[in-house]
Design a protein. Structure first.
Length: 391
């Protein structure tokens, strides 16, 4: 049964080769001052910065440089961007980069005219409020260069609070969604191998987290199974040849779709893998997808018995496990074994120690982990066990 839901995704997607040219038609809709958000410099090496600047100049925009937004953006860095936007009267925010720049840009669009900057974190990341209907929000768009998070087509923005050692996702609502997102697979071809596979795995986990909930049949799950198979197939092709356009373009569209919320329609979801991964990210600053690969197997093996029919269905439908002669549990376990084999093929991080996690961090990691499971709600001791096993 498909449960009740409201679906509203207002981001316009321009997809394909030279798609960036479409922003010539978008930029005139906004005022002259554009705050250009980018990361540590990859866009200056692969030509994307020049392509975007050419268009901004042609459109007569005044560009406020907001480069240096590093992976896993912090609320402290966001406040620097807020000051810059207020001082320059930013009319539009353009993010050029991966999920970190996209999330920063969406959070910035809400933060600029928030009256109390001190309260921003508490309001959106602890009380989980949404901007008021009449809140002043600076419009934003993106040119995506890294595939995985789906930030280009959703309303979430993940930020880290370094003082608390907490990394959390805020849902800022449809008014903070990008007005447009440019998805040109060519812009992703310069990604280092480990970022490419980490991104592919991130897509897969987003689908799993919407899938592993509920007990009966629904369209969202049928769609998710199809896209999961596609991500596995295309990631394998991309591993063999990272320049394979077909594979890379398929992954790029898969990423945007996977967290566009369409697969979660009418479902509650189980985002524990992201809760574990984000807690690790807050401590180590590790690559997002690798924090997920380090924790997914201990967690799924811990809760497998609680959601047995769904894990068995995952095995059959996504991994083509033949249930003949197997108990339901054996089928379900074979599905997780197949998942593990694919993760090893990609060369993902399989142990949290590889990304700097130590036993001493476990109490703090548990403290920063929100409980958002479905088939079973973990106790603090069980969460600690997942971290211990992941190391
Ligand atoms: O900073 P630069 O120099 O640009 O280098 C980046 C960065 O070091 C590099 N890179 C990006 N595009 C490149 C490239 N290098 C070469 N060529 C290119 N074309 O890749 C590195 C990682 O970039 P980042 O944006 O941090 O990666 P990702 O897209 O994985 O984003 C991760 C952030 O998104 C959050 C994560 O928690 C993390 O903070 N997420 C956001 C979500 C959302 N908004 O819905 C959901 C996700 O689950 C995730 O939590
Ligand atoms: Zn993710």
């Amino acid at each position: 049964m498909q449960g009740n839901f409201t679906f509203h995704n207002p981001s316009k997607i321009y997809f394909g080769k030279d798609a960036v040219e479409n922003i010539r038609g978008e930029l005139p809709k906004y005022g002259p001052v554009v705050q250009l958000v980018y990361g540590g410099g990859s866009i200056k090496k692969n030509g994307v910065y020049d392509a975007v600047m050419r268009i901004l100049n042609d459109c007569g925009k005044t560009v406020i440089d907001d480069g240096g937004v590093l992976p896993n953006p912090t609320v402290e860095r966001l406040m620097e961007g807020r000051e810059k936007a207020r001082a320059n009267g930013t009319d539009f925010i353009l993010a050029v980069g991966g999920g970190s720049c996209c999330d920063y840009a969406k959070a910035l669009s809400v933060a600029v005219w928030e009256e109390d900057p001190e309260d921003f974190w508490f309001k959106y990341y602890e009380r989980f409020e949404k901007p008021a209907e009449d809140a002043k929000i600076v419009p934003a768009g993106c040119v995506l260069t890294m595939v995985g998070t789906g930030s280009e087509m959703n309303m979430k923005a993940v930020l880290t609070n370094t003082q608390k050692h907490w990394k959390r996702g805020g849902d800022l609502g449809p008014r903070a969604a990008f007005k447009f997102s440019v998805l040109d697979p060519a812009y992703t071809l310069s990604l280092p191998y480990d970022r490419m596979v980490a991104g592919a795995f991130d897509i897969f986990v987003h689908l799993c987290e919407q899938y592993f909930s509920g007990t009966d049949d629904c369209v969202s799950d049928d769609l998710a199974e199809g896209l999961m198979r596609s991500v596995v197939k295309n990631s394998r092709r991309a591993v063999l040849d990272p320049q394979d356009w077909e594979a890379r373009s398929n992954l790029m569209w898969a990423a945007a779709l996977a967290l566009s919320t369409v697969f979660g329609c009418g479902k509650s979801g189980d985002s524990m893998v992201h809760q574990f991964g984000q807690s690790i990210g807050a401590y180590t600053g590790a690559t997002h997808g690798m924090t997920l690969s380090a924790t997914i197997l201990p967690y799924y093996r811990m809760v497998l018995a609680d959601g047995l029919p769904k894990y068995a269905r995952f095995a059959r439908e996504v991994w083509h496990v033949d249930p003949a002669g197997k108990t339901e549990r054996e089928t379900a376990e074979a599905g997780l074994d197949a998942l593990e084999a694919w993760m090893r093929e990609l060369g993902l991080v399989m142990h949290a120690r590889e990304i700097g996690v130590t036993e001493e961090m476990i109490p703090g990691l548990v403290e920063g982990t929100r409980v958002r499971g479905f088939y079973r709600k973990l106790t603090r001791e069980e969460m600690a066990q997942v971290y211990r096993e992941s190391i």
